[in-house]
Write a protein that binds this ligand. Structure first.
Ligand code: ATP
Ligand code: MG
Length: 177
């Protein structure tokens, strides 16, 4: 337990327009669970039983997923209810980080939440800055703020070389959702 608790944790960001941000975060959660680490996933924006959520339920002793979104935004303007849900998620992340219950906290689509104005970039920066030494924080979503990129320890940009979405292939169950 000692090593797991005192080991330094880093802030990782998966951003860019290519496929792989959410799957990378889920992959990390699975790997971590394999090592006996505990993972909290706060999913912003999204709502609903995505396949990854159903799958992760099998690891409920190690991985917890909570949703703080009311659904995908397709050019929709954020409503007060969207903002309220996202802020609730922020508070939950803060309290999870403040306890020793989880080793890794994943803020799914948090970059998008900032871009949509559901909460401010300052709110996200504060979470990164105040992150306890031993926690790993993972932030996903397109369009990461330059300031988030600057203070993160690891940033991966998923760069689309090709994507079948451009050919009209919508998100498929089990592959994209
Ligand atoms: P994955 O969940 O497969 O790892 P991701 O997290 O990197 O993907 P998101 O930015 O969350 O991808 O995109 C969610 C969905 O948006 C995709 O599944 C796809 O159907 C759709 N989409 C819209 N435009 C694009 C685009 N230009 N490139 C890729 N996906 C797109
Ligand atoms: Mg995603």
């Amino acid at each position: 337990m000692g090593i797991k608790k005192s080991r330094k944790g880093y802030t990782q960001v998966y951003t860019g327009n290519g496929k792989g941000k959410t799957t990378a975060a889920i992959g990390l959660a699975i790997r971590a669970a394999g090592a006996g680490l505990k993972v909290f996933i706060a999913q912003f924006i999204k709502m609903g039983d995505y396949s990854e959520i159903k799958a992760l339920k099998r690891f409920s002793d190690l991985i917890t997923v909570e949703q703080f979104g009311l659904g995908r935004f397709a050019n929709r303007i954020p409503a007060p209810a969207d903002i309220k849900a996202a802020r609730k998620g922020l508070e939950r992340v803060k309290s999870v980080l403040a306890t020793d219950e989880y080793n890794i906290v994943i803020m799914e689509e948090a970059n998008v939440a900032v871009k949509l104005g559901l909460f401010g970039v300052q709110d996200l920066l504060k979470i990164i800055i105040n992150k306890p030494h031993d926690k790993e924080l993972v932030i996903t979503g397109r369009g990461a703020s330059p300031r988030v990129i600057e203070i993160a320890d690891l940033v991966t940009e998923m760069k689309p070389i090709k994507h079948y979405f451009q050919k009209g292939v919508p998100a498929r169950v089990g592959i994209e959702k």
